[in-house]
Every structure is written in C-alpha cells, then in structure tokens.
Design a protein around this ligand. Structure first.
Ligand SMILES: Cc1cc2nc3c(=O)[nH]c(=O)nc-3n(C[C@H](O)[C@H](O)[C@H](O)COP(=O)(O)O)c2cc1C
Length: 182
C-alpha cells in the first residue's frame, strides 16, 4: 500500500517511532519541521498555540498527499494537545476522502483528548480516521529513564501491525508493502 507517514518531533522520540513504523509498513516518511525556535519563550508560545489549537510556520512544507492511498499522522502530545506543526499540515493538505490513522506519542500512553482533537480536525478537513494508536516517548522528567532509540523503533514496528490491520487489508499487495523513503 502506498502509505505516507507524516510526523513532527521536537526531541526525537516520535521520529524514532516513525522509523520503526516505516520499516514495518514500507511507508514513506515525511518530517514536519517547525520554523520557530523552541528555546525560552519560543516553547511557551508553541505550547500556547497547541492549547489554542493553532498552527505554526513550517520549513519547506510539503503538503502533497495525492499520490498516497493512506496517511499516518504522528504527533507528540503537549499538555494534552497535538503539536502545532501537525495542525498546520492538516489545515494545508488536501485530505478529502483520505484514510488516516493517528499516532499520539506521549510521556504516558494515554492521551485520548489529543487523539479526539486530532480526529475532529482530520474529519473536518474531509479525511476519514480508520484508527489510532498511542506510543510511549520520553517522560518529561529529567530523573525518568529514557527509552533507547532501539526501544522506540521497536515500538514503531509493533504499531505497524495495528496500522496494517486498521487500513483495509486489500490495500496491501500480496508481496507486502512497498514504499520508498522520501
Ligand atoms: C511541554 C511539554 C508538555 C507535555 N505534555 C504531555 C502530555 O500532556 N501528555 C503526555 O503524555 N506527554 C506529554 N509530554 C511528553 C511528550 O509528549 C513526550 O516527551 C514525547 O515523547 C515528545 O516527543 P518528541 O520526542 O518527538 O518531541 C509533554 C512534553 C513537553 C515538553
């Protein structure tokens, strides 16, 4: 199946999980890059934007989704909300009729509010949401043990099976998924 995996990652955990998901599904990875500096006041403004459901400015944004049959939208969870970069992607891509799957990455793997908000946004732009998954990224506490890159990639690989099952199985070719990195 021709699958696009689009993600934003500030600290890197979502990026590692996305790598694993791409390995497992053959999907094409596309990173969303926020143009705003996140240090000091920048992060505060980014969090405010997340809370208010606002977007941001992306660096070299690519909103092309037409060639893909299906889309995975991955976001870190910030105070119970999707990251602004993902909101911007959803606002600008032509999603009408696209099948999508949401992945929320958080310091806990229970963020139903963030998923519900993303689902609402995706369906408001004409996409259908076939499923969602949650993954455990970094716990925002310097004392907490960080998962290794290998562990994060393994999480993504595991998630791949759920994603494959959520999209109609007939979309997968008998030879298995075939995608190429962008
Ligand atoms: C300011 C801030 C707010 C966060 N809020 C939440 C939250 O509400 N729920 C949650 O599960 N994790 C929360 N986290 C943790 C991140 O979602 C987690 O560290 C994630 O792995 C970050 O993804 P990244 O490494 O791709 O940037 C928060 C992290 C930061 C820095």
């Amino acid at each position: 199946m021709n699958l696009l995996i689009t993600y934003y990652s500030r600290e890197g955990s979502t990026a590692q999980i996305a790598q694993g998901l791409a390995q497992a599904t053959g999907g094409t990875l596309r990173e969303l890059v926020d143009s705003h500096r996140m240090e000091n006041g920048g992060m505060f403004l980014a969090l405010l934007a997340a809370l208010l459901g606002l977007g941001t400015t992306l660096v070299d944004p690519d909103y092309t989704v037409e060639p893909y049959e299906a889309l995975v939208v991955m976001t870190p969870v910030w105070i119970g909300n999707p990251a602004p970069a993902v909101t911007t992607f959803i606002s600008n891509a032509v999603l009408k009729g696209k099948k999508t799957f949401i992945v929320a990455v958080g310091g806990t793997a229970a963020n139903p509010g963030a998923i519900a908000r993303l689902e609402k946004r995706l369906t408001a732009h004409g996409a259908s949401v076939v499923g969602h998954g949650e993954a455990l990224g970094y716990i925002p506490d310097p004392k907490a043990k960080r998962p290794t890159d290998e562990e994060l990639v393994a999480e993504g690989v595991l998630l791949g099976e759920t994603v494959r099952q959520a999209f109609e199985p007939q979309l997968w070719s008998p030879a298995g998924p075939s995608g190429t990195p962008e």
